[in-house]
Design a protein around this ligand. Structure first.
Ligand code: ADP
Ligand code: MG
Length: 820
């Protein structure tokens, strides 16, 4: 017995949230429930179930005429009853989940007949899942049956493209089944890895795995393995480089001969490929057909999307490359579409649930500010400034992303807008991702105010007051961790009193204990996204300020609109005139002494240099240790006569600031740093950026490093050292040597590395894109168009046919009030 619980349940819950106003469904709740009951009775449900259904008296209630109390009781009774039904459904699902044989044809799927029940059952309740396995699965994020259905293989081994070793072709993706002759752990490019020699009846070949020395022990001589991947040629010999592989037992010969695409799942300690595959098969066979296709028919037809159950099945166990492609397209569309719906929903919520405070813009003032700068704004800067000024005069809170190449002059634009806010009697917050940057912004805001004719009056370390810029004093405060508790407390008070006009610090300033008197504008620098949490933190404090986010990570336009559909977009696509093109060179290992000589010569001419330490791993602690070692080596052995400083993420805020201050003041010749120096540092006298292990950084990051030099009048250089780059690493180095446009580089980067790595771990929302590729612009646009047109017609979304979609949205975006 299977009961479609989910749609009714979410409607009832929605009704509860609406405090029983009979508004959850158009046409009344009782009508919906009766139709539901009628549908259910037509199913093959047992007599016991029917009897209980009757008892609920669903046929002639008159919900509309009841008072709230009566409505509440009725809804609660239904929900309690549904919970029981759901349990029963889960149990029966567990019993009937035995995997049918491979060859059995799968039934056609009609979504209305397919209930959602049982999908939320814990994965451990699936027959055949041993007790210990549940814990391991949860480490992979698989807790329920639904999680498993959506736990897609990383890739598939194509056993239909199986070759003999003698027939392998360079560059192609192929599979061989071979016997291991020997395997050992060896140094590969400075790090331990595994090298194996394997053979079949036609020949032998080399297989290498970088960074996996432990494989050597597992690959015993004479074991049989299937290996799948691309073929490269190393010293004239064909080899696999870090291929997918697995042990093959005698029992697997079948698998090999069926010639199909076999899924390869992400694993964790103690889980084995075959075990995962079997589990996936059980779950897919038992539950895929029960997934309700939430996508409205109209959209499915318009966009030529495959059915959801079919897509899930094919994504795991595809019949062919074509069906796999179709499945991926459907599932990718779902991700993009749901994401887009949520993003647009949030935008509406911000803009409509709480009016922003329009600021008035005195054009005369703005012109005067801009005219007193020592340079004239570039066309792109002026345009961006215009767009922002137009936004802040509207009663809707601004939500704008300002994208601009490194060094394109975003800060000055932000400063002008901050001053406009202060002129309105509002406060502004200027936030940076790190304390180092916050310090620097404080300095540059102060400098700008001086350029604008400001007379500095008070000169405490943490606060400055400028007269003469506006008809009221402009007070700037820097709120950083390094301040003493007393100073901080005093500052907080002054912010609260509205004394301070512009507060500069890290993101903590809007979250923690600071309360503003009248916060009108928030500028967020170098952050890709001003998150929901921060917004709601502000709203709880009663503010809905205009928000200007700035980033130098250039993202192609379509992608930006998709990811930040909640933001409007301004782009500064032009550098101030006279900027140096930073000469960039990939330096071979044997040229290292020459590179060091070059640094010495530049320092002799009075310039300064950055040296970036190689990226070891994400851990800041490891990174810091490596930086200390590199610093000691460089100052002891390489540049004993020069003044070196060290910067890494584990240093205290004071130490960081003091070393930065020394470098800015020219008291250090060379700054040895981890990637923390990546964004925003502005030292015009620095002319050399030397990056160690450059092949391990992404293109965008290298471009950011490069942007640290060439900011003054001197010719500048970027030297990229790489010991033993992979083919992809080489490709990146060749590109960055040649290409100086950050947007082009970002696009290339994205193509080469995929969005996950491109955005790094910072971009948490992207973790949920398992199928969608942001490089698939056509699908991106399709999903965006559909989501936008659906948003235009809320009536449609709220109609009963769209309930499954609503339920899905509520699940993916629990925070959006519109559907939760
Ligand atoms: P980014 O966009 O990377 O944050 P900044 O705002 O740090 O760039 O600007 C880089 C440098 O360029 C700063 O020293 C700034 O004073 C200067 N600058 C900004 N706009 C112009 C301009 N229009 N002409 C000349 N220099 C400018
Ligand atoms: Mg900047």
């Amino acid at each position: 017995m299977i009961v479609p619980v989910e749609p009714l349940k979410s409607i009832l819950q929605l009704e509860q949230k609406r405090h029983y106003d009979n508004g959850a469904v158009i046409g009344g709740l009782d009508g919906f429930v009766s139709r539901w009951a009628a549908q259910v009775s037509q199913r093959r449900v047992g007599p016991r179930f029917l009897a209980r259904l009757k008892k609920l008296e669903l046929t002639r209630p008159n919900y509309a005429s009841w008072d709230v109390e009566k409505r509440r009781k009725w809804v609660e009774r239904l929900l309690a009853w549904l919970a029981v039904a759901e349990d029963e459904a889960q149990q029966s699902a567990t019993v009937s989940s035995k995997a049918p044989p491979l060859s059995r044809p799968t039934k056609p799927v009609v979504w209305r007949a397919i209930p959602d029940a049982g999908l939320n059952a814990p994965i451990a309740s699936v027959k055949g899942v041993a007790s210990g396995v549940g814990g391991k699965l949860s480490r992979l994020g698989v807790r329920t049956v639904r999680d498993m259905l959506y736990f897609f293989p990383r890739r598939h081994i194509d056993y239909s493209n199986r070759r003999f070793i003698a027939d392998l072709k360079e560059g192609e993706e192929q599979t061989v089944v071979a016997t291991v002759w020997q395997a050992s752990s060896e140094f590969l490019g400075g790090r331990r890895g595994t090298v194996a020699v394997v053979g079949d009846e036609t020949g032998n070949m080399r297989v290498v795995w970088f960074n996996q020395p432990y494989l050597a022990e597992r690959l015993r001589t004479n074991s049989r393995i299937a290996i799948s991947g691309r073929i490269t040629v190393y010293r004239g010999i064909k080899q696999f480089e870090s291929p997918e592989w697995e042990f093959i037992g005698d029992a697997d010969e079948d698998l090999l001969h069926t010639g199909r695409l076999v899924p390869v799942y992400p694993l964790t300690q103690g889980l084995f490929p075959k075990q995962m595959r079997r589990l996936a098969k059980t779950v897919v066979d038992g539950w895929a057909d029960r997934v309700v296709d939430f996508m409205p028919d109209a959209i499915r037809e318009r966009c030529h999307l495959a059915g959801l159950s079919w897509a899930i099945r094919q994504a795991h166990f595809p019949d062919s490359h074509e069906t796999l492609g179709g499945a991926r397209r459907r599932l990718a569309f779902d991700e993009l579409f749901l994401f887009q719906m949520g993003v647009l929903g949030r935008k509406r919520e911000w803009q409509e649930s709480q009016p922003g405070s329009p600021l008035s813009v005195d054009r005369g003032l703005v012109d005067r500010l801009v005219a007193s700068l020592p340079f004239s704004l570039t066309k792109a800067q002026a345009k961006a400034l215009d767009e922002i000024l137009t936004d802040i005069q509207k009663p809707k809170a601004m939500s704008r992303l300002l994208q601009g190449e490194v060094g394109s002059g975003k800060t000055v634009v932000a400063v002008v807008v901050l001053i406009v806010a202060v002129a309105n009697g509002c406060q502004g917050a200027f936030m940076a991702p790190t304390e180092i940057l916050a310090e620097q912004h404080f300095n540059s805001v102060c400098q700008f105010l001086k350029m604008l004719g400001g007379r500095e009056e008070e000169s405490e370390a943490s606060m400055r007051r400028y007269h003469g810029v506006l008809d009221r004093p402009v007070v700037v405060a820097r709120l950083v961790g390094a301040l003493s508790a007393r100073t901080k407390k005093a500052l907080h008070q002054q912010v609260e009193d509205g004394e301070v006009g512009i507060t500069i610090g890290t993101h903590a300033i809007i979250q923690k204990d600071v309360s503003f008197r009248k916060l009108g504008l928030v500028v967020v620098d170098e952050q890709h996204r001003f998150g929901v949490e921060q917004r709601s933190a502000l709203r709880q404090k009663g503010f809905n300020p205009h928000v200007l986010a700035m980033t130098a990570t250039p993202i192609p336009r379509t992608m930006a609109l998709t990811l930040y559909g909640d933001l409007d977009l301004s782009v500064i696509d032009e550098l101030p005139p006279g900027r140096q093109r930073v000469r960039t060179r990939w330096v071979y290992p044997e040229e290292r002494p020459k590179a060091y000589d070059f640094v010495r010569r530049q320092v002799a001419e009075g310039r300064q240099a950055f040296i970036i330490c190689p990226l070891i791993e994400e851990s800041e602690a490891v990174q810091a240790r490596a930086a200390v070692a590199e610093y000691e080596r460089l100052s002891g052995e390489v540049f004993p006569q020069l003044r070196l400083g060290l910067l890494h993420g584990r240093m205290s805020a004071e130490d960081k600031e003091s070393v930065m201050a020394q470098f800015r003041a020219g008291d250090l010749d060379i700054l040895v740093s981890t990637a923390v120096v990546e964004v925003g540092i502005d030292v015009p006298n620095a002319t050399v950026m030397l990056v160690e292990g450059a092949d391990r950084f992404g293109l965008s990051q290298l471009h950011q490093f490069r942007g640290r030099v060439g900011r003054g009048q001197y010719a500048s250089y970027c030297l990229l050292l790489a010991e033993n780059p992979s083919e992809e690493g080489r490709e990146r180095l060749r590109l960055i040597e040649r290409v100086h446009n950050g947007f082009l580089l970002a696009e290339e980067d994205l193509k080469m590395r995929g969005p996950g790595e491109f955005f790094g771990t910072r971009q948490s929302g992207l973790a949920d894109f398992r199928m969608a590729k942001l490089s698939d612009v056509a699908l991106l646009e399709l999903a965006r168009t559909e989501a936008m047109s659906l948003w235009k017609d809320m009536r449609l979304i709220k109609s009963p046919e769209y309930q499954p979609l609503m339920a899905e949205l509520a699940r993916t975006w629990p925070g959006v009030a519109e559907w939760s």
